[in-house]
Design a binder for this molecule. Structure first.
Ligand SMILES: [Zn+2]
Length: 212
């Protein structure tokens, strides 16, 4: 589904949305729950694209519902996989998360993913601005394209409202509050979370930042 010009929400990834951003270097944001790669590729083909057109796969963080198809999608597309330095050991399978995340990963195991590049400080991937937004995980990033914020699990949306990502999975609440504050200063309008439908920022971001 095209949600803005050249920006697609991939319905094959419902539950943990993958977004496709066209441009000179088409980019996938996150990869969703494991086992969806074929459906994701079919949906992309339906938009008139060939898998090899995808230049980048930008992971927002290491959770299983975001890296689930990274391996399959990079094999099919040849796209470069990007992740943050902090989340890298978990994505590569060199470290295991503790607590609830560790339990989830036992129930929903994910094959290790070989990451091609780590996000440069203050850098860009494809046409997207990379914003470090630690809190949910220590290496969580959000991405911005003009007035669209791809929020990963920085926030989720429910019934058209922004809500904070589940507290039980927040690695660092203080960092999360700071990330929300800092991102909130940027001039985006549409928020595209992994969980829940895209919503306009309206005044919700400010309310959320105040109460988070
Ligand atoms: Zn998630």
């Amino acid at each position: 589904m095209e949600i803005a010009q050249g920006v697609y929400l991939l319905q094959a990834s419902k539950g943990s949305y993958v977004y496709l951003v066209l441009g000179e270097e088409p980019t996938l944001i996150d990869t969703g729950f494991r086992g969806r790669a074929d459906r994701i590729l079919a949906e992309i083909a339906g938009y008139g694209m060939h898998p090899r057109d995808i230049a980048h796969i930008a992971l927002t963080h290491h959770d299983v519902d975001h890296v689930g198809n990274a391996r399959a999608l990079s094999a099919a597309t040849g796209a470069k996989i990007w992740a943050s330095q902090e989340d890298l050991p978990f994505i590569r399978g060199e470290a295991r998360p503790s607590g609830l995340r560790g339990v989830i990963q036992t129930i929903v195991p994910v094959e290790p993913v070989s990451v091609d590049e780590t996000y440069p400080q203050g850098g860009r991937v494809g046409g997207l601005e990379v914003l470090p937004t630690p809190g949910h995980t220590m290496g969580h990033v959000s991405l911005r394209l003009g007035d669209i914020l791809f929020a990963g699990d920085l926030v989720t949306s429910r019934g058209g409202r922004l809500v904070p990502a589940p507290g039980m999975l927040t690695a660092d609440r203080v960092a999360l509050r700071r990330s929300l504050r800092e991102v909130g200063r940027l001039p985006f309008q549409l928020v595209c979370p992994a969980h829940g439908e895209p919503v306009m920022r309206a005044s919700l971001w400010e309310a959320l930042t105040g109460s988070a």
